[in-house]
Design a protein around this ligand. Structure first.
Ligand SMILES: Cc1cc2nc3c(=O)[nH]c(=O)nc-3n(C[C@H](O)[C@H](O)[C@H](O)COP(=O)(O)O)c2cc1C
Length: 180
């Protein structure tokens, strides 16, 4: 089975959570990892990579309750008419997809009375738009909250790395349950 991870982190050199998750996935799986930040503009290669995958893990840190701009740019370029949508249908139709998301905030902050204004599910309806338009099969969304490792912002490196390990295991379990 060909599992492809699309990493939407803009700069892994400044990452704790996503860098740790990707490091562990590289150690523990045979999955391919592609980086939206490294996208060169070669749309055909990127589309071919998606077509060749049996399951795609869309991995990103939550920025303003959606994916970072490098991932948006990647989607804008790669999810083209005739490939991801259009009258002929989508070539990605039925392709399995899993969202793997790291978040700095607490789960409780994602409520009508919390400082993130509404449940994450509401924001998700927007950030999954392209994938739904492409008729992909969204299997699950794994979110880990409180992944803040920046000390000046009240973060905790040890806790974040421990959460990243748990998160990685969850992702591996979900993927194995669907491709096993
Ligand atoms: C520009 C920016 C916006 C962010 N917005 C959110 C947000 O809306 N909700 C949230 O839970 N965390 C937010 N965060 C925190 C990140 O999600 C968190 O730092 C990240 O998931 C940790 O992963 P990393 O160590 O791989 O960078 C934001 C961080 C940055 C830099």
């Amino acid at each position: 089975m060909n599992v492809l991870v699309i990493n939407g982190h803009p700069n892994l050199a400044n990452s704790f959570a996503n860098a740790e998750i990707l490091k562990l996935l590289a150690q523990q799986t045979e999955w391919q990892i592609a980086h939206a930040a490294d996208f060169s503009g070669d749309i055909a290669t990127e589309q071919q990579r998606l077509l060749a995958a049996d399951l795609i893990v869309v991995q990103f840190p939550l920025y303003w309750s959606t994916f970072p701009s490098v991932m948006k740019e990647w989607i804008d370029q790669v999810f083209t008419y005739g490939f991801a949508f259009g009258p002929e249908g989508s070539q990605l139709k039925g392709k399995k997809l899993l969202f793997s998301i790291t978040a700095g905030a607490t789960a409780a902050s994602y409520s009508e009375s919390g400082f993130n204004f509404m449940p994450l599910e509401n924001y998700q309806r927007s950030f999954e738009h392209a994938f739904k338009a492409a008729e992909m099969e969204i299997l699950d969304t794994v979110v880990t909250f409180e992944m803040n490792a920046i000390p000046e912002e009240g973060g905790d490196v040890v806790k974040t790395l421990a959460l990243a390990q748990e998160h990685t295991q969850q992702i591996i379990n979900v993927v194995n349950a669907h491709i096993g």
